[in-house]
Design a protein around this ligand. Structure first.
Ligand SMILES: Cc1cc2nc3c(=O)[nH]c(=O)nc-3n(C[C@H](O)[C@H](O)[C@H](O)COP(=O)(O)O)c2cc1C
Length: 319
């Protein structure tokens, strides 16, 4: 019998499978969140970049698709910089809409009491052991731990997942969700062996049918056989990983783009017009493992099937 019944994260989220879709700004909307959640994973809807009415409409679309659970994500600096909106978003998120709330890119202390008072479970996405320990001390129910190979911003000092997860399992009591470099059930089984109880995937879900970004972005991930880490010098994004292409190499040499946003160029033209020559195609090292664009539900189901195949393969070593 294959089941995740004993898994603490599955109990916390109320979902069937321990697979999270990353709360990436602009893509973590109804189509993607709804597909992941309907397939039994945890869709995470971001709350930083949409007007309130549109957010409610997106929420309703996810609900209309299935009554399976999904989570809401609070990107701390984006909310904290606009106190009026922050209050409206928090009131909205904690108004019985979900039992699962994630936070990221900051100190979760700001929201923990309110989240707990509302009876929700909360996990914080951290990029270092120190940040994860601080979040645990602050009272989160779990941590999402991103290794340095992940996409979407990092620091040069951060550890990669292999050492990071093993160090974390020795010191962290709450459940750990592994993020970075995972695209399938084989990576998931490895992450579980290192101490995680769930995985979160970003680039894998960018290269999904439901991601609203341009096909050229997804194809660049599928075609990628090398990625590059570029120093951005931004407070939240000291370093950005991207597909290694001529634009990225020129940015790295200081000959193209700029360092004012993580994509170093015209991100909207990249996202919606497919101009991979005008901005960094952000992605983690996981891009080199992704070889097709797939429906998000298949990503969840295939990952779980491969996970159990991998567990069986490893168990057979004892025979
Ligand atoms: C292009 C890109 C943009 C990202 N943007 C965000 C973001 O806006 N907010 C956030 O919390 N995480 C963001 N992330 C990080 C993801 O939440 C996640 O930690 C990461 O994608 C995991 O690594 P993987 O891509 O190897 O699976 C981003 C990741 C990528 C690849």
């Amino acid at each position: 019998m294959y089941s995740f019944e004993g898994n603490r994260v599955t109990r916390h989220t109320g979902t069937e499978f321990p697979v999270f879709q990353a709360p990436i700004g602009l893509i973590s909307r109804a189509d993607l969140v709804g597909a992941v959640s309907a397939a039994g994973g945890v869709g995470l809807m971001e709350t930083a970049s949409l007007p309130m009415e549109e957010m409610q409409a997106q929420f309703d679309l996810v609900r209309a698709r299935s009554n399976r659970p999904f989570g809401l994500h609070l990107m701390i600096p984006a909310l904290a910089s606009k106190p009026e909106r922050e209050k409206r978003v928090l009131d909205w998120v904690l108004d019985g809409r979900t039992r699962f709330v994630t936070t990221g890119y900051g100190d979760p202390t700001r929201y923990i009491k309110r989240i707990k008072d509302a009876g929700a479970i909360t996990y914080h996405q951290a990029d270092s052991l120190e940040e994860a320990l601080r979040a645990e001390d602050a009272g989160v129910d779990g941590v999402i731990l991103g290794g340095a190979e992940k996409g979407g911003g990092n620091s040069r000092d951060n550890l990669h997942s292999f050492a990071l997860l093993q160090a974390a399992r020795r010191r962290i009591a709450v459940p750990i969700v592994a993020a970075g470099g995972i695209v399938d059930g084989h990576g998931m089984a490895a992450a579980f062996a290192l101490g995680a109880e769930r995985v979160l995937m970003g680039a894998r879900f960018i290269a999904s049918k439901e991601c609203p970004w341009h096909d050229n972005y997804k194809q660049a991930i599928v075609d990628a056989d090398r990625v590059i880490a570029i120093d951005m010098g931004l407070a939240l994004i000291p370093q950005m990983r991207a597909v290694r292409n001529p634009f990225a190499e020129a940015v790295d040499r200081g000959e193209a783009g700029h360092r004012k946003n993580p994509y170093a160029g015209e991100a909207m033209k990249l996202f919606y017009e497919g101009r991979t020559d005008l901005a960094l195609v952000g992605c983690g090292e996981s891009a080199v493992l992704i070889d097709e664009v797939k429906p998000a539900g298949d990503i969840v189901r295939d990952t779980v099937r491969e996970f159990w195949e991998e567990i069986d393969r490893l168990s057979n070593l004892r025979k």
